[in-house]
Every structure is written in structure tokens, then in C-alpha cells.
Design a protein around this ligand. Structure first.
Ligand code: CMP
Length: 141
């Protein structure tokens, strides 16, 4: 039997501000994900820095934090078989220029930074990221 997996997804400030949240939620459901939990929030600097802690020190860190705090985001806990990989497929490559047709980043991303969506990249990061935004009661089956 195939095991369900969970991943953390974010609809980023660019996509929310541009009115693409509904279309992205539809893509999520069409791709067979169960939305376990969902939260709209406006990150402050400390929250954004904590979330992207692995990127601290990289040349794009400061700019990334500024972008992620510029407006509301939608944070989602998603579940399905192979959720981490599948969500990365639905999002497309980090840089919209390299993203496949029909993917979220191709459709709604403007640049490698303003790329409309985020997804966990491995089981360990998914764990960290899900716990960062949600408590255990939010994530009950
Ligand atoms: P995300 O999947 O949220 O993970 C880290 C984010 O940093 C990434 O999407 C981009 O928004 C951003 N990012 C990654 N690489 C670069 C880069 N080379 N220049 C600017 N932003 C980047």
C-alpha cells in the first residue's frame, strides 16, 4: 500500500496580491492533494527569517525576506501519496524561466525570487516547515 505524505506549501505575496490564490487552490485540488490545514497571514521579519533560516547568509537572503514580508501569504498543509515530489512538480522549477508549461511558477511567477509558490524539498524540511506554521491539532487526519 502506498503511504500518504505531507508537505508545506505557501502561496507567496506576489500571487496573493495579484489575485491568483483561487486558481492555485484549484490546481492543488485538481492535483489530488487533500488540504489538511490552511492559514492566511502576513509574516513579520523575524517569522520570515526563521522560516528561511537555511538560506541565511546567501546573497539573496535579505531580498527574499523583504519579499516574503511585503503582503499576505497563504500557508497550507497538503497530503497525498508522494506529496513532496508531486507538489514540486505542480509548482515547476524555482526559476519561472525554467518551469514547465502549465506549472504554477510558469503561469504566475515573475522571477527566481517572485516565484508565486513554495514547497518543502525533503521529508525533514517538510516536518520542520509544517511544525513552523501549524500545531499538531491542525494536522490530525
Ligand atoms: P523557495 O522555494 O521559497 O525557496 C527559497 C526561495 O529563495 C526560492 O523559492 C526563491 O524565491 C528564492 N531564491 C532561490 N534562489 C534564489 C536566487 N538565486 N536568487 C533570488 N532568490 C532565490
Amino acid at each position: 500500500m502506498t503511504q500518504n505524505e505531507r508537505t508545506l506549501a505557501i502561496i507567496k505575496p506576489d500571487a496573493v496580491a495579484d489575485g491568483h490564490a483561487g486558481a492555485i487552490l484549484t490546481l492543488i485540488e485538481k492535483a489530488g492533494f487533500k488540504i489538511l490545514a490552511m492559514r492566511m497571514m502576513h509574516l513579520n521579519r523575524q517569522q520570515a527569517e526563521g522560516f528561511y533560516d537555511v538560506h541565511r547568509g546567501k546573497p539573496f537572503f535579505e531580498s527574499l525576506v523583504k519579499f516574503m514580508t511585503e503582503g499576505r501569504i497563504i500557508v497550507l498543509a497538503l497530503e497525498r501519496e508522494n506529496a513532496i515530489l508531486k507538489w514540486r512538480e505542480v509548482m515547476g522549477a524555482t526559476n519561472p524561466v525554467n518551469a514547465a508549461e502549465g506549472t504554477i511558477r510558469k503561469l504566475y511567477g515573475a522571477s527566481i525570487e517572485r516565484n508565486a509558490a513554495h514547497g518543502s524539498d525533503a521529508p525533514e524540511t517538510a516536518d520542520y516547515e509544517l511544525r513552523y506554521f501549524f500545531s499538531s491539532v491542525d494536522l490530525l487526519p
